[in-house]
Design a protein around this ligand. Structure first.
Ligand SMILES: [Cu+2]
Ligand SMILES: [Zn+2]
Length: 175
């Protein structure tokens, strides 16, 4: 499994380690302001470079309860109904899904489970992407990238979409 959730104390040590490894005073960061198809603010995601990928600090609100697919998409453009964001971010030309034999896309991530309140805070590491502009799997490629939340869950295997239904929220990943 290439993904894992991490606890708050692990994040602190992880960030300190990443900074030491890179020899940088400040960790690379990015952010995405998430909007629904009506243009309403439905939260945001802060991204931080860690030693082996990118930590996503997700804080959402006003979303329909239940399971929802959550991916990095390959174009940094969020025009409702968000087809503008393109397919899943896939710099290595893999098949979709962490349960697929030839998977997975770098942009594939675990489903979100939105509670009845419509609000969710969660932190997850994506080990397949980078905030380093020079990396082949950089989220800062020329066309940009976007985070997309779908109407239903990702089945983690149907290529290329995970059979996740429509796109209900989108946010361009920005420095
Ligand atoms: Cu998606
Ligand atoms: Zn995918």
């Amino acid at each position: 499994m290439r993904f894992r959730t991490v606890c708050a104390t692990a994040i602190v040590s992880c960030l300190a380690f990443a900074g030491a490894m890179a020899g940088e005073a400040k960790a690379q960061t990015a952010k995405a302001q998430m909007k629904n198809a009506e243009g309403a603010d439905v939260g945001n995601v802060d991204l931080v470079a860690v030693s082996d990928g990118v930590l996503l600090k997700v804080a959402l609100k006003g979303l329909p309860p239940g399971g929802h697919a959550f991916h990095v998409h390959a174009v940094g453009k969020c025009e409702p109904p968000f087809n503008s964001a393109g397919g899943h971010f896939n710099p290595q030309s893999k098949k979709h899904g962490m349960m697929a034999a030839d998977g997975h896309h770098a942009g594939d991530m675990p489903n979100l489970d939105i509670p009845a309140s419509g609000e969710l805070k969660l932190e997850v590491v994506n080990n397949a992407v980078s905030l380093d502009k020079a990396a082949a799997n950089s989220l800062f490629k020329p066309e940009g990238t976007a985070l997309v939340i779908h109407a239903t869950v990702d089945d983690y295997k149907t290529d290329p979409t995970g059979n996740a239904g429509g796109r209900i929220a989108c946010g361009v990943i920005q420095p």
